[in-house]
Design a protein around this ligand. Sequence first.
Ligand SMILES: Nc1ncnc2c1ncn2[C@@H]1O[C@H](COP(=O)(O)OP(=O)(O)O)[C@@H](O)[C@H]1O
Ligand SMILES: [Mg+2]
Length: 307
Amino acid sequence: MSQAIVRTEALVKDYGKLRALAGVDLSIEQGEVFGFLGPNGSGKSTTIRILLDLLRPTEGRAEVFGVEPRAGGGALRARIGYLPGELAMAGRRTAGDLLEYFARLRGGAGRERISELAERFGLELDRPIRGLSKGNKQKVGVVQAFMHAPELLILDEPTSGLDPLLQREFLDLVVEARDGGATVFLSSHVLREVEAVADRVAIIRSGVVVDVDDIAVLRRNAGQTVVLHFEGPVSAEEFGALPNVDEVKLEGSVLTCLLRGEPDALLKAAARHRVLRWSAEDRDIEALFLDLYRENGSLASKGGSGS
Ligand SMILES: Nc1ncnc2c1ncn2[C@@H]1O[C@H](COP(=O)(O)OP(=O)(O)O)[C@@H](O)[C@H]1O
Ligand SMILES: [Mg+2]
C-alpha cells in the first residue's frame, strides 16, 4: 500500500468551549484528488489550517508527507501549494508584486509560470491589490498555489468567487496537476464543484467525518428514481418489501420508488402486473449528500449560506 500523503488521526480542535473538530480521521493517498465536503462551519478550514501548522490541534495528530506539520518547517511547506479561504495581501502594491514575493519566498520557484497562469485566468498583474474584487483576489490565490508545481495542493473552497468559466479553467488546472503526479486536497460546501474532479470524497458535518467514498460508489449509492405506471392497482407493501427498493409511494396505480443496486427483484415484481409505462432516472449525488446530512442531523443546525 502506498504511503498516505495526508493523514489525520482522531483530530480534535476546540475554540474555547466550541468543539470545531470532534475526532477527524483522514487518509489521502499519493496522486489522488480528494474532496472535503461539508456545509459552512463544519470544520473544513480548521482541519486544513492544522495541516499547514497555522493552528495546533487540541488532541489527535496530523501528518503531511509522514511529518507532523509543526515539525516540518519550511522544507515541508515548500512541497505544498496552499490556497486559503482568505489570502492575506496587505502591504503589497500589485498582484504581480505579491506573486513575485511568493516566488522569492520559495527561492524563485514558479516565477516563470506567473505570467502564463495570470493570462490563463485573465488576471492583470499590474492592478493594485487594494480594490481587487473577490474574484480577482481568488485568481491571485490560485496562481500562487499552483505556480511552483507543488507535490501537494491544499485548496480551501478554491472556486468561491470565480465565475463559471474560470471555475472550469480551475478544474482543468487541478486535473493537470494530478496528471503531473500531484496530490490534491480540496474543500468545498458545493458537491457539484468537487464531483467533477475528485476521485474520493469525505463528507464532514459538525466536526465529524460522516462518510468517505469513491465518487463512483457515491453515484451508485445515490440510486435511481423509478416510476412504474400499472394498468390496475398494486400493493405498496409488495414493492416495499423488495431488496434494493425504498421510499415506495403509490398514487393510484402509479408507483414511485428509490432503487439502489440491482433492479432484478423490482423488475420481476413489476412483471407480475401489466406495466403501461416506466422510467428510471439516475439521482443526483447531491440528493445522497442531503440524505447523509439528514441522517446525521439537521443541515440547518449549523452554519448557513454564504462563505
Ligand atoms: N478562530 C476561531 N475562533 C472561534 N471559533 C472558530 C474559529 N474558527 C472557526 N471557528 C468555528 O469553528 C467551526 C468550524 O469552522 P471552520 O473550520 O471555519 O468551518 P468551515 O471551513 O467548514 O466553514 C465553526 O463553528 C466556526 O464558527
Ligand atoms: Mg472554511
